[in-house]
Design a protein around this ligand. Structure first.
Ligand code: SF4
Length: 224
């Protein structure tokens, strides 16, 4: 007998979000490492995020909660979870960078405090080093929170296997992230379309996958 409840539909209803309008001048740390043109479009023309992508994000959130449980567990006394969510605000000139820091936790190991960025991934096969975008985001957090030991952990969704990378604070990395946000801010204020960065830089090509602005991006710049 066919069951009448459509669970895909229930999940879709649950993860569905309103379109989020963004304010020019207020930026998120994750935007520093993203394709600058994509960030520009997201302010100028906010769109609904694709439902299938929202489901992947939700799977990432669930996994993040799991990692928090792992770090909090008495079964792992060698590590202490200090903060589950670590908000911060950084004022730079006429812009505010503030964090919805739901993928970052603060832990203590051997009396050393670390900022840990947890990322979920469909496969660890090609994860040999952290993505530049994730490094940039963590450098910005370390700068703002004044915690100078960092770690990026990639967790495979299907297997719960992980790979982790240590990262020390580097002022140049943090300044680079801030400079990128300044550049985005300038483009938004002047209404100047930035370069299609992820299409122009081979290592960033993965960002175009699932980008909601592909159509306008190719229309605005058909050839590189
Ligand atoms: S399609 Fe690629 S280059 Fe264009 S905005 Fe999206 S991520 Fe950037």
């Amino acid at each position: 007998m066919r069951f009448m409840i459509d669970f895909n539909n229930l999940i879709s209803n649950y993860v569905k979000r309103e379109i989020k309008e963004k304010t020019i001048g207020r930026y998120y740390p994750s935007e520093a490492g993203n394709c600058i043109r994509k960030v520009f479009y997201s302010y100028k023309n906010p769109k609904e995020v694709d439902l299938e992508l929202l489901k992947v994000f939700e799977a990432g959130n669930i996994l993040h909660e799991f990692i928090v449980n792992v770090l909090e567990s008495e079964k792992n006394p060698q590590i202490e979870l200090l903060e589950k969510e670590s908000p911060f605000t950084l004022e730079v000139d006429d812009m505010t960078i503030s964090g919805r820091v739901d993928d970052i936790v603060v832990v203590k190991v051997d009396n050393k405090v670390y900022l840990v960025e947890v990322k979920s991934t469909s496969s660890l096969k090609y994860t040999h080093e952290p993505h530049e975008a994730h490094i940039m985001q963590l450098q910005l957090y370390m700068h703002a929170k004044n915690i100078h030991n960092g770690m990026i952990i990639y967790v495979e969704r299907n297997t719960l296997q992980s790979k982790s990378f240590q990262l020390n604070y580097d002022i140049k990395g943090a300044e680079k992230a801030i400079k990128r946000l300044k550049d985005i801010h300038q483009c938004l204020k002047e209404n100047k379309l930035p370069i299609p960065e992820a299409r122009a830089v081979y290592a960033k090509g993965w960002m175009c996958k699932g980008c909601q602005y592909r159509e306008e991006c190719f229309k605005d710049t058909p050839h590189l």
